[in-house]
Design a protein around this ligand. Structure first.
Ligand SMILES: Cc1cc2nc3c(=O)[nH]c(=O)nc-3n(C[C@H](O)[C@H](O)[C@H](O)COP(=O)(O)OP(=O)(O)OC[C@H]3O[C@@H](n4cnc5c(N)ncnc54)[C@H](O)[C@@H]3O)c2cc1C
Length: 326
């Protein structure tokens, strides 16, 4: 049975101390709810010298409303997102996505920051050490070959976080703190489509705040397919946000998870703006999804099945939003 590696445990109370602790130890990693990191470490996936626990930083544990946005601290739990009445009243899709992640215990401990920054997953990676050793390991960790796509030089592990697509279609930005100071970037820019290096965080950087703009009359939803509805990662997940201007689309954004090494906003949907939702619009969305989703054999269900579910789910979701929007 795999055991946790030895590491130092450091629990700072300020962002500055957390960044300093990360800089002081090049192999240290941040941890929050630990519901993604610890199962990985138990499987021998990583050997950090120290864990820097962000959960003790009070400044990152609040949900604040400003004139134009909601600012959600990175260590706010998924359960608190589900239960926050103010946020839920105006941006229910955030609670909807949070409620769909894991089971009750994962949501009680798991944080929004950890959800966004969670590791990518693959059936050749999320395995015990002896299983992976039997396969000569893999490109993502300790090996030199991607078993999913052996002729390529990149890793195809899949990003399967539930929060990112919804926050992306709501146009969220993230605040990042690091040794060089603080910067704010669109959430989509946090991610890179590489299963072995999917986060655009520099050494010593942590996610501190997720900022979601208030948007008048924008309706949004998140839908996911999973094997067990009580607790499971998405086989595919789709978020959509839509605003109507009479019988025309004024805003339409769609983002997906469980398909690529990063959550992705489906591009080139602007041509649908100014027109009603229609069969032709649905066909355009399907074409764009087909071009965007790079499904691989990284999970137990077939690529073909997941693609069909993705297309049907996205279409149904946008239809629902079109009916709901006023
Ligand atoms: C059985 C099971 C089922 C699950 N099902 C789902 C699911 O359906 N959907 C889903 O999305 N997730 C699922 N998860 C994964 C996990 O529980 C959630 O994603 C959770 O929200 C992770 O948050 P955390 O705070 O526990 O992250 P942690 O485990 O603490 O951290 C996860 C990763 O993010 C990094 N990190 C954490 N916080 C920060 C930060 N502020 N800045 C920079 N890096 C940071 C850590 O270094 C680590 O690499 C599941 C896990 C298990 C074990």
């Amino acid at each position: 049975m795999s055991m946790l590696p030895d590491f130092r445990y450091i629990r700072p109370t300020t962002v500055a101390d957390a960044v300093a602790a990360l800089v002081a130890s090049p192999t240290a990693v941040p941890v929050a709810g630990a519901s993604d990191l610890l199962p990985n470490l138990r499987r021998g996936l990583g050997n950090p010298e120290a864990l820097i626990d962000l959960a003790g930083i009070a400044a990152l544990s609040t949900i604040e409303e400003t004139a134009n946005s909601w600012r959600i601290g990175a260590v706010v739990s998924l359960a608190d997102l589900v239960e926050h009445k103010g946020l839920h009243a105006v941006l229910p899709a955030i609670g909807e996505a949070a409620l769909s992640a894991g089971g009750p215990t994962h949501r009680a401990g798991g944080t929004i920051g950890g959800n966004l920054c969670q590791d990518t997953r693959c059936m050749f990676y999320n395995q015990s050490e002896w299983w992976r050793e039997g396969n000569d390991f893999c490109l993502k960790y300790e090996g030199d070959r991607c078993h999913v796509a052996p002729r390529t030089s990149r890793c195809f592990a899949t990003y399967r976080g539930d929060m990112a697509p919804t926050l992306m279609v709501l146009d969220a930005k993230v605040e990042i703190a690091g040794p060089a100071g603080t910067r704010m970037i669109p959430l989509a820019e946090l991610f890179a489509d590489d299963g072995a290096a999917h986060l655009a965080l520099a050494p010593g950087e942590i996610l501190t705040v997720i900022e979601v703009p208030k948007a008048d009359r924008l309706v949004a939803h998140y839908a996911k397919l999973r094997i067990r509805d009580s607790v499971d990662f998405p086989l595919v997940g789709v978020a959509a946000a839509l605003k109507r201007d009479g019988d025309k689309i004024a805003v339409l954004r769609v983002a997906i998870t469980g398909t690529n090494s990063a959550p992705v906003v489906v591009s080139l949907l602007d041509s649908l703006v100014g027109h009603p939702w229609s069969d032709a619009a649905a066909k355009h969305l399907t074409d764009r999804l087909n071009k965007t989703a790079k499904l691989q054999n990284t999970v137990t269900t077939s690529m073909k099945y997941r693609r069909r579910v993705l297309l049907a789910t996205a279409r149904r979701l946008v239809e629902q939003l079109w009916e709901q929007a006023v």
